[in-house]
Design a protein around this ligand. Structure first.
Ligand code: PAF
Length: 279
């Protein structure tokens, strides 16, 4: 039975009791609209912790576009049923006034890794993520937190934040879960029309093509240019970025002399899709 908790004080009581009996607590922070990607995080948390908390909070502070916030899919009853089936102990689903009570005045900002790509196209997004994640770590007092590599840049931001602020939690990145045709699972995918859904895997396909070309020795810029053109030719209306970056610092990479990642964001209809793969 998954217990639903909405107040930080009740959660603290519960977690303190767990920790007094020596239990390791794992947390999976989410914004709900759960899919198999989230459930794989819950399973990893279940396997690597004694007690598992999944948080659901659609964080207004990380949405730079009010329309996107309004349209963000929400179905707590369905999410709860999925979490029950995974044996999650607690669903922590605070309201906005619990997370940002009147007078709230703090912002956590991670320089460097927050800057490019998502940071450039969604100004303020990572300040919102860093602030809420810091709060969720404080509220849950978890010892491990599980994040999907689908949001690779977010993982780098959270790792930096935890190191910089000495937050006693271990970040466990977990592999991206994909549909059979390669599309990375995302809560936003439900907003694709049937026709767009059929086109969507072209993003991952083009990225795989570029990664193979770069590994095979093709000049990086040429391979990236071809991939951007392929995404547009497939029917996407725009490619915000499709870059090769240092996997950890996220600085632009021009050669494969250190671990590199291909990261992309592209717009299909009204939906913005992101993806990333190792090169
Ligand atoms: O990845 C997400 O769903 C969100 O950015 C997170 C980490 C739950 C913070 O709101």
């Amino acid at each position: 039975m998954t217990e639903v908790i909405r107040s930080a004080a009740s959660l603290r009581e519960k977690v303190s009791a767990w920790k007094r009996s020596g239990m390791l607590v794992g947390v999976v922070p989410t914004m709900g609209a759960l899919h198999d990607g989230h459930l794989s995080l819950a399973r990893a948390a279940r396997a690597q912790s004694d007690r598992v908390i999944v948080t659901i909070f659609v964080n207004p502070m990380q949405f730079n576009n009010p329309e996107d916030l309004k349209k963000y899919p929400r179905d707590e009853a369905h999410d709860l049923a999925l979490l029950e089936a995974e044996g999650v102990d607690v669903l922590f689903a605070p309201g906005p006034e619990e997370v940002y009570p009147e007078g709230f005045a703090t912002k956590v900002s991670v320089a460097g890794v927050s800057g490019p790509m998502e940071g450039a196209f969604r100004p303020g997004h990572f300040d919102g993520v860093a602030t809420v994640v810091t709060k969720l770590f404080g509220m849950t007092q978890a010892g491990r937190a599980f994040f999907g590599e689908k949001d690779w840049q977010q993982v780098q931001v959270v790792e930096r934040l935890v190191r910089d602020l000495n937050i006693p939690i271990r970040i466990i990145p977990c592999p991206t879960i994909r549909e059979a045709d390669g599309l990375a699972m995302s809560s936003r995918n439900v907003r694709l029309t049937a026709e767009e859904r059929a086109l969507a895997p072209a993003l991952h396909g083009a990225m795989q093509g570029a990664a193979a070309a770069i590994r095979g020795g093709a000049p990086v810029e040429a391979a990236l240019g071809e991939a951007r053109a392929a995404v547009l030719a497939a029917g996407f209306s725009g490619v915000e970025y499709l870059d090769l970056r240092d996997a950890e610092t996220l600085e632009v990479a021009t050669a494969l002399d250190r671990p590199a990642r291909l990261l992309a964001a592209a717009v299909l209809g009204e939906v913005r899709l992101i993806d990333n793969i190792a090169v």
